[in-house]
Design a protein around this ligand. Structure first.
Ligand code: PEP
Ligand code: MG
Length: 765
């Protein structure tokens, strides 16, 4: 019986394949070997012709690859595909569906076991094992083949991508070398792969004993000094970048100089291990503690520890290694791409970052966004050594990396990137023009920020203020709760830079996928747990510090608005006001001139929709958080890839909810703003205008495009679209109508979402 470990190994190995061809070879040889069968073949679905095509075989005549084609329902393989069910046949030639192919040379083969390969309801292919003997495969064989097909369906589906099977057959070694990951930072980069950091890995370290612990300790100390110097140099190279980027270097230095880590390594060296072996054990132990944690942020801290560990290892094992040259546009690829790796690439040469591990919240992703470099995180296993020096395209909109792209694909990406930036340039003239519809409905264009680095891009693109300042980001790049003074300095900077424009600062919204490294909370359902206002009201000492810092930062400027996240009851609002009064009173008694800022809430928990009648006299505004509102309304985790297709931004229920919220808000005298991702979706903006949303807050990059949409349509027309959308029963129907409206307004060519733009490029194989 093939063991679970073996199964995991096959899945892991297959994920390292550099091409579809290599993947098919790996699957068939390993399955054939593990199951001890005579034949293992893989058929893939040619959707254009509704046929299953033999793409790889071990055991049948290799020349039949690409030639054996079975329409769904034909032959045993076609039958498995049509029924989408396993078929286990003792003596295949006697089965009524059997179809004999002379070129396959399967005359003496009897036993047949075929399972469909299905990815998210879509038939990707059929995996078949056969044996000469007449026998029935047993339950364990069936279970193994079904499991392996289910595990590999995603990888195979990705490897096929949008390539047509007929073309894959012609060029299977060259095409479809792409991997999918998580978007770390958007944009497109075209360049050459450079391995990040050392190519050494802890796997290369042997557990040897040393004869001279004193000398080993000296080597270790030297390595620590070396890495510290690298970090200082990196920080200097990054001089001029925002404070939060600099803070990442400080965090790395804290890890390097942590007593826990250093003492554990020294103890092992003193006990007789060579320095690299001691380092390996301790780094792996420490990183594993973080990586085993469920939440993304803690897992990301494991990356930082490994990065520091690999840097030390490199200095221990290859102290004289020659530095890599970065003369061409560089895409850094590695298990983890550390801040210090990024700092080593000369200014202007870094065009992309690809991390095998990591999440959208890792320091690398934060830094990449701050620097405007596209990044794809968490792509899984990759044969980095084989990829070094090869060309690649990083599609930070889709979270996809193409290795050795065909010239057609490359040309298409270059063309699109150029077109994209030409279009952006053509919109620069809108910067100082008002965001008003053709019939004069004036709205505000605000920017979402959280990094100090976002300030300039927002202002450059004509942001009229900040609609959402996510205060948790400065909290997350810290190693402990920032003091009131530290917060004051950051908030003051943001408020002054935007002054006199308003800045809506959201109080701490940690929890969910944004835990704090220094305040671990274990929860089964973090999104339904101790998040946002629930946490801060339970910790008035922390909350008061933040409120005081905001009020102090606002002194004399008066452009602060405070916004509360995750509100689900009126009591929470009242409790906040008690704290606000307390903070104002204390500050006034300290001699400060404190004005009460406008206060609003995020409407993102569906329950709040029905409480707006009680909010009007308490609050000044609401801001709709469509990211969470959609997640909670549809019961779809916003970060779960498996249900990503259900995260329907314009689901009819979401549209009805938005309509209801805006109606209720205006009835109760509340201003309505929208700060979820939906504000950057041109089609959705048409509906939001029709509903009367007055402020749109989005990432800086989307501001000019959305302003262009707003200036190209009339409010009256968008009201008609809302009326129609409220009668529709699916997002597809709603989008079709909205896309048509965009097209009629002359916006279609440029305003399809960027994801779609890069989709088009991806299909240019
Ligand atoms: C939202 O939920 O729509 C929102 C803007 O907040 P966040 O994405 O920070 O949860
Ligand atoms: Mg939210």
């Amino acid at each position: 019986m093939p063991s679970l470990a073996r199964l995991q190994r096959i899945v892991q190995d297959v994920n390292t394949a550099a091409s579809l061809d290599e993947m098919l070879r790996m699957i068939s040889s390993q399955v054939k070997d593990v199951m001890a069968v005579d034949v293992c073949s893989i058929y893939l679905m040619d959707s254009d012709r509704e046929e299953l095509v033999l793409m790889h075989t071990l055991g049948l005549n290799a020349t039949s690859v690409g030639r054996i084609r079975l329409p769904l329902g034909d032959g045993l393989v076609g039958f498995v595909g049509e029924q989408q069910q396993l078929l286990n046949v003792e003596d295949a030639p006697r089965h009524p569906k059997f179809h004999f192919f002379s070129e396959a040379k399967e005359e003496n083969i009897h036993a047949f076991l075929g399972v469909p390969i299905i990815h998210f309801r879509k038939l990707v292919g059929v995996l078949v094992v056969q044996q000469r003997a007449i026998r029935r495969f047993d339950d364990e064989d069936e279970a193994f083949l079904v499991t392996i097909a289910a595990h590999l369906s995603g990888a195979l589906n990705d490897a096929i991508g949008s390539g047509k099977i007929s073309e894959l057959l012609k060029t299977s070694k060259k095409t479809n070398n792409f991997v999918n990951g998580i978007v770390g930072s958007t944009g497109v980069g075209i360049g050459w792969v450079v391995a990040a950091g050392s190519r050494l890995s802890f796997k290369d370290v042997e557990d040897l004993c040393s004869l001279d612990p004193v000398a080993e300790l000296a080597l270790f100390d030297q390595a620590v000094v070396g890495v510290r110097a690298q970090l200082v140099q990196g920080q200097q190279l990054m001089a001029g970048t925002p404070g939060d980027v600099q803070a990442i270097f400080d965090a790395y230095r804290m890890i390097l100089d942590s007593d826990d880590l250093q003492c554990a390594i020294r103890d092992r060296i003193k006990a007789g291990a060579i320095a690299p072996a001691a380092l390996k054990i301790v780094i792996e132990e420490h990183a594993a503690i973080f990586e085993a944690m469920e939440d993304l942020y803690f897992r990301a801290r494991g990356e930082d520890i490994r990065d520091i560990g690999l840097r030390l290892l490199r200095l221990l094992l290859e102290p004289d290694a020659v530095e890599v040259s970065y003369d061409r546009p560089t895409i850094l690829v590695g298990s983890v791409v550390g801040v210090s790796d990024i700092a080593q690439v000369p200014h202007g040469k870094l065009v992309g970052i690809v991390c095998k591990q990591g999440s959208a919240l890792s320091h690398t992703a934060i830094l990449a966004s701050a620097l405007g470099i596209p990044a794809v995180m968490g792509v899984g296993e990759l044969p980095v050594r084989k990829l070094v020096g090869k060309s690649a395209i990083i599609d930070g909109y889709q979270g996809r990396v193409h290795f050795q792209p065909s010239s057609a694909l490359r040309a298409e990406f270059i063309r699109l990137a150029r077109k994209d930036s030409e279009f952006d340039r053509s919109l620069e003239k809108l910067r100082d023009l008002p965001a008003a519809t053709l019939d004069g409905f004036r709205v505000n264009m605000f920017v979402n920020t959280g990094l100090l680095s976002d300030i300039t891009p927002g202002l450059e693109r004509g942001a009229e203020g900040v609609g959402l300042y996510r205060t948790e980001i400065p909290f997350m790049v810290h190693e402990s709760f920032p003091t009131e003074e530290e917060q004051y300095r950051v908030y003051r900077k943001v408020l002054s830079q935007f002054h006199p424009r308003p800045v809506t600062m959201r109080t701490l919204d940690i929890g969910g996928d944004k835990p704090l490294p220094y305040f671990p909370v274990q929860e089964d359902n973090p999104y339904l747990g101790w998040r946002g206002i629930r946490f801060t009201l339970d910790h008035p000492e922390i909350f008061l510090g933040q409120i005081r810092a905001m009020l102090r930062a606002n002194e004399g400027l008066n452009n602060l608005k405070i916004m509360l996240p995750m509100i689900s009851s009126v009591d929470e609002v009242d409790s906040f006001f008690e704290l606000l009064r307390k903070a104002m009173k204390a500050l006034r008694s300290e001699g400060l001139e404190i004005d009460k800022p406008p206060v609003g809430i995020m409407v993102e928990v569906p329950a709040t929709m029905f409480l707006l009648d009680y909010m009007g006299w308490r609050l000044d505004f609401i801001s709709i958080g469509t990211n969470d509102l959609t997640q909670y309304l549809l019961a779809v985790d916003r970060n779960n890839q498996s249900v990503a297709s259900l995260f329907s931004r314009l689901h009819p229920s979401v549209v009805r909810a938005l309509h209801y919220i805006t109606e209720q808000a205006y009835k109760n005298g509340l201003d309505v703003s929208l700060c979820g991702e939906l504000a950057a979706d041109p089609a959705a903006v048409l509906l939001l205008l029709g509903m009367g949303v007055k402020s749109f807050s989005m990432n800086a990059h989307s501001l000019p495009r959305i302003k262009h949409v707003i200036r190209s349509v009339s409010r009256l027309q968008t009201e008609g679209l809302v009326a129609n959308a409220l009668r529709m029963q699916s997002e597809t129907e709603i989008r079709l109508m909205l896309n048509k409206a965009l097209e009629n307004a002359g916006l279609e060519e440029h305003l399809v979402r960027r994801g779609k733009i890069s989709n088009k490029a991806a299909s240019a194989k």
